[in-house]
Design a protein around this ligand. Structure first.
Ligand code: GTP
Ligand code: MG
Length: 194
């Protein structure tokens, strides 16, 4: 799989704007500002394919990136307190619309911030994924911000929290130093190239 060949394909702001589901889709989900767009950029080796911002709530649409044999799908982040009620409503309709559309979703990469305990929204999303039967893994991002002890403690905490999800992969990730990039690339290649 050639990750460098990714290109922007489509942005959907409403469920009826979703493009037809054709190739397998790899979905990136997580809280606003957790680093979804940065993770995508790192995977495809580009600085700014997906828009990165220090200001949360930047990605308000579902963005589709084409990778020839599959698509990368950047969901808008949840849980940003300053977003209006109507924006939150629009978010849930859009994301539920996406997940309920019987698309060819082959993997959800649920991204959490490695520095913190998962938020209530994170836990709700993970529970939803566990009940949905969709394959998913957890990328614990911003790993570059933890020292050795913090890292061991956080990984233990996540393992304990998600112990009911048997065989769940937990991948420490950093878009700053590249930790976890190759592992996620090879998982995506495995899905899309076969
Ligand atoms: P929304 O689109 O608003 O939901 O945000 P997002 O989840 O796409 O996050 P984005 O990639 O825009 O990154 C948010 C901020 O976190 C930016 O300031 C990034 O530079 C920073 N960031 C992302 N990933 C990492 C990481 O692995 N390590 C560090 N140190 N900072 C990161
Ligand atoms: Mg984003």
């Amino acid at each position: 799989m050639i990750f460098d060949k990714a290109c922007f394909e489509f942005a959907a702001g409403k469920p009826d704007q979703l493009p037809e589901s054709t190739v397998p889709e790899i979905v990136f989900s997580g809280r606003s500002n957790v680093g979804k767009s940065s993770l995508i950029n790192k995977l495809v080796n580009r600085k700014a394919l997906a828009r990165v911002s220090a200001k949360p709530g930047k990605t308000g649409t579902i963005n589709f990136y084409n990778l020839q044999t599959c698509r990368l799908v950047d969901l808008p982040g949840y849980g940003y307190a300053k977003v209006s009620q109507s924006e939150k409503q629009r978010w849930s309709e859009l994301v539920e619309g996406y997940f309920n559309a019987q698309r060819n979703v082959r993997l959800v990469i649920q991204i959490i911030d490695m520095r913190h305990s998962p938020s209530a929204d994170d836990l709700q999303m993970i529970e939803y994924l566990m009940n949905s039967g969709m394959p998913f893994l957890i990328a614990a991002t911003k790993s570059d911000k933890l020292n050795k002890t913090e890292r061991i403690n956080q990984l233990q905490l996540f393992q304990d929290l998600f112990s009911q999800a048997e065989g769940l992969k937990l991948i420490p990730f950093s878009s700053v130093n590249g930790e976890g990039v190759e592992e996620i690339r090879s998982i995506i290649s495995e899905i899309c190239d076969h």
